[in-house]
Design a protein around this ligand. Structure first.
Ligand SMILES: NC(=O)c1ccc[n+]([C@@H]2O[C@H](COP(=O)([O-])OP(=O)(O)OC[C@H]3O[C@@H](n4cnc5c(N)ncnc54)[C@H](O)[C@@H]3O)[C@@H](O)[C@H]2O)c1
Length: 326
């Protein structure tokens, strides 16, 4: 009997994993829900696993060497920065992700943050609750049709977000050297360089994965190249934005407002973190992916991927497909 082990099931506390249990049982595959917090626990639970499900547990080459049966790792999400892709490739291990399960949710969340910043809803709410009924409080309000949105990265989430923003009449530009001009044309989005984007955008929104070349892509130098009073959104990964540089920008007014679903150093539980001294800031706790529908899709797609792999098929959501020559 083949064996699937979900390593860190405790990191999805609301899930009952019925999709995995039911589909794997139908295909005569053992389904183990482990709650590993240490490497020793992972090795004990998964050393004979044929396929592993992973949410946030860091998997590197040394750990893979202790899991000799593992043919594939399925990440419960879009980003796969918790897994060492090269280490997987070197060992012939397939790394799969779920490239589409929460695209709608993250695009909607980013749109919600953009609307919030532009209309100052959270800012006004904080002030009216404090007894300050002041329509003129804070920065100037502009119509969305007067603003330019700059998307850093033009993958699935940015493309859908561009559609939402265009409904409000916002001009959308994007920078992504890996996406063909025709795709930009299809979405009615202007393809420009990153430098041009920073110079032109009233709102800069980050949609690239965290890789060495995108670490601190938004930093003191790049913020200096942005418009005065720029708004910055990040629903991708925290370390893409240098948090110290952003805080400086918010304090100086160079950055008028920011919306973050992800923060460098998250989770942040310190009530005295320097972020909280920034007024024009809205933060959510890495929740953009979340909805009932996304959760159902997440579990169903992991189960379907595991069944496909363990039935000898090659699913289409293999991240290191090219490197493995599949
Ligand atoms: N906040 C959340 O809950 C949440 C949920 C899902 C995904 N995410 C994050 O959102 C990110 C984007 O997701 P997606 O579905 O749009 O991914 P995607 O793979 O479809 O798009 C990413 C795009 O970034 C581009 N890119 C890579 N490096 C670049 C660079 N240096 N400059 C410009 N573009 C570059 C790629 O060409 C690609 O088009 C994911 O990597 C993930 O980290 C966050």
């Amino acid at each position: 009997m083949k064996k699937f082990v979900m390593l860190d099931s405790h990191t999805l506390p609301d899930a009952d994993f019925h999709q995995e249990k039911e589909l794997l049982a139908e295909h005569n595959i053992e389904c183990v829900l482990a709650k590993c917090k240490t490497e020793e626990e992972v090795i004990a639970c998964a050393q004979d696993a044929d396929c592993i499900g992973d949410n946030y547990f860091r998997i590197d080459g040394a750990l893979l060497d202790k899991l000799p049966n593992c043919k594939a790792i399925i990440r419960y999400g879009i980003g796969y920065d918790v897994v060492d892709v090269d280490a997987c490739t070197q060992r012939g291990v397939w790394l799969c992700n779920l490239p589409e399960y929460c695209v709608t949710d993250v695009a909607t969340h980013t749109m919600a943050m953009m609307l919030d910043l532009v209309r100052k809803t959270t800012l006004f709410d904080r002030h009216t609750r404090a007894g300050d009924w002041d329509v003129g409080y804070g920065y100037e309000v502009h119509r969305l049709e007067a603003l330019t949105l700059g998307l850093v990265g033009f993958g699935n989430i940015a493309r859908l977000f561009s559609k939402y923003a265009k409904v409000f009449g916002t001009r959308v530009v994007a920078s992504d050297p890996f996406v063909a001009q025709e795709i930009f044309q299809e979405y009615g989005v202007e393809k420009i360089s990153l430098e041009e984007l920073f110079a032109k955008a009233d709102i800069v929104s980050v949609h690239v994965p965290i890789i060495p070349s995108t670490h601190h892509l938004i930093c003191r130098e790049t913020i200096a190249g942005m418009k005065d009073g720029v708004m910055i959104l990040n629903t991708s990964r925290g370390p893409i934005v240098d948090i110290k540089a952003l805080i400086e920008g918010l304090h100086s007014g160079k950055v008028c407002a920011a919306g973050l679903d992800v923060v460098e150093g998250e989770p942040i539980s310190d009530p005295h973190h320097p972020l909280w001294a920034c007024e024009n800031l809205v933060v959510t706790p890495h929740t953009a992916y979340n909805s009932v529908e996304a959760s159902d899709a997440q579990h169903t797609q992991v189960a379907e991927t595991a069944v496909a792999i363990l039935s000898g098929q090659t699913p289409r959501n293999i991240v290191n497909r090219k490197q493995l020559g599949l």
